[in-house]
Design a binder for this molecule. Structure first.
Ligand SMILES: Cc1cc2nc3c(=O)[nH]c(=O)nc-3n(C[C@H](O)[C@H](O)[C@H](O)COP(=O)(O)O)c2cc1C
Length: 241
């Protein structure tokens, strides 16, 4: 008689007891997997970022991006989650080729889809907003800005193209479904300057308008989980004389 038959069931003892251990183990593993999934879902849908900034300047030292960073830093201080997209983060071939299915384009659409507020900044180029930013917006889905609060920000060489915000920028945002677009902030180069050590110096009028926009945003959306994700260098702003 084989060892397995000693107990009279035709199977070794170890095999006989297997279901006693396997079933609770399966329950525990399933429970862990389900709770992991629920935690992921909640963090992705409820607690994830509510504010997205899109910096549309191709310049590494950018005035329009500085205005954007000023607002995003103030929002982070108030407990909002802010994520950033920079035009320079999207591969040029995706922008030029309009590669809708590229990894960068998919990530961009996902970020846009789950935010409540979009702050979007651009320099004025040839009397309108920057072409690179338009290429980025072209990678979004139709109506992807629907239901979101939008703050457009622009900087230009002079006040002459102030209306680029109204006639160039806002119609494109509206075409993407944006219905709730704030007045926006436009600054001239003279109003946003860099000191020798890179400190941004903004005119009081620009700071005031940024603060007003900030107040409108914070009325619209409440802070969620305060986990700053912006890793940019400390932005210090001084009032210009
Ligand atoms: C290619 C190019 C075109 C520009 N066209 C205009 C324009 O039509 N009107 C204007 O006011 N400024 C124009 N400017 C000046 C920029 O809008 C201005 O310097 C802006 O603050 C730059 O923003 P940034 O530092 O965020 O890139 C132009 C600059 C460049 C490089």
């Amino acid at each position: 008689m084989s060892a397995g038959r000693k107990y009279g069931h035709g199977r070794p003892m170890a095999f006989h007891r297997e279901p006693i251990f396997v079933i609770p183990l399966c329950i525990i593993v399933s429970w862990i997997l389900i709770s992991e999934w629920v935690a992921w879902w909640l963090s992705d849908h409820l607690f994830h970022m509510s504010i997205l900034t899109i910096a549309g300047s191709p310049s590494s030292r950018s005035r329009s991006s500085s205005l954007l960073h000023f607002v995003s830093r103030r929002l982070i201080e108030q407990g909002f989650r802010v994520e950033q997209i920079n035009l320079r983060d999207i591969p040029a071939e995706d922008l030029i080729g309009g590669h809708y299915k590229s990894a960068a384009a998919c990530a961009l659409r996902k970020q846009v889809s789950r935010c409540k507020v979009v702050l979007i900044a651009s320099p004025v180029y040839k009397a309108s907003f920057a072409g690179g930013l338009k290429a980025l917006l072209d990678l979004l889905d139709e109506k992807s800005l629907s239901g979101k609060l939008i703050l457009p920000i622009a900087s230009g060489g002079s006040a002459g193209h102030l209306l680029a915000l109204e006639y160039g920028f806002k119609p494109v945002l509206s075409a993407l479904g944006a219905q709730n677009i704030l007045t926006g902030v436009y600054a001239t180069d003279a109003q946003v300057q860099f000191s020798e050590n890179g400190v941004v110096i903004m005119a009081p009028d620009v700071l005031r308008r940024l603060e007003e926009s900030l107040a409108q945003i914070t009325e619209y959306v409440q802070p969620e989980v305060a986990q700053p994700t912006v890793g940019d260098s400390l932005l210090r702003c001084k009032l210009s004389a």
